[in-house]
Design a binder for this molecule. Sequence first.
Ligand SMILES: Nc1nc2c(ncn2[C@@H]2O[C@H](COP(=O)(O)OP(=O)(O)O)[C@@H](O)[C@H]2O)c(=O)[nH]1
Ligand SMILES: [Mg+2]
Length: 276
Amino acid sequence: MEKKCFIAGLPQAGKTTYIAALWDVIQREKGDFELQFTTSPQNASYLNEIWEYWMKMEKIERSKVPVPEDIKINVKRKLNGDELELDIPDFMGEQFQKIIDRTLPESIMQWIAQSDRMLYLINLLEDANKDDVDNEESASDGIDRTKEKEEATSLTPERMLDVSQNLMVLKYISSHSKIDKIAVGLSAWDNKLSSGKSPEDFLKDRAPVLYNFIKYHFRDHLFFGVSAQGFDYKDKESKGKDMKDKAKQSNRAFIVYGDEKDVSFDLTRPFNYLIS
Ligand SMILES: Nc1nc2c(ncn2[C@@H]2O[C@H](COP(=O)(O)OP(=O)(O)O)[C@@H](O)[C@H]2O)c(=O)[nH]1
Ligand SMILES: [Mg+2]
């Protein structure tokens, strides 16, 4: 059986970092992972490049190597030897934003239409009010600001609330594909651990509309938190050395799977969920 799965999410959702951390797991093959991966070598240069940033604990800059639209990863379930082929493109998040203003390229439309599974990342909402800007001009210096004002209030995808953008993207995907099973990852979970909430409860609290949309439009859904970096790079000075050691033991990046209280270092688990 062959299933097509893709990783989706808006720009800054954490897709590339997750793929880099996953590639670390795949290469190392150390630790107690549910899945085993092999990857076609033609994409290795891109994967290696993002992995190097990940190792150095630096933000992943726009790749110098062309971003492959198609990263094929063969997956084997250790438990029973089931094999599957996941097709994981590291599409730019901007591509998904094109859903919103209806400029999505035909090739990606087809991609979505042919997929069975999706891992969807959401980088929650630190600035949920970012577009709730008060556009009232306070200055009365006689300068005509009509044009400025128009620009400031025109609702391009970038200016919409993350929640609205995510809703529109998910709405498109749910009605233009046969995807009925998704794994929803809340990224940068290192920043959310202190909330003490499960990822599902966190989303329900922060973005009830989005949460309900997911729940009622995709038959099977898993919520998980993921910290693909393991920590916030702004703390590199204080935590960097410790994190480097952890990376060597494959326990820097972690996920919080479903309602589990403990963190897990097996980043492959959401895929294990998706392949069955
Ligand atoms: N604190 C924290 N930040 C993260 C984590 N993963 C990604 N980020 C940050 O989120 C931003 C977007 O990540 P990126 O992987 O480039 O997102 P993409 O646009 O979806 O590919 C970057 O600034 C990352 O440093 C994480 O695990 N923890
Ligand atoms: Mg990216």
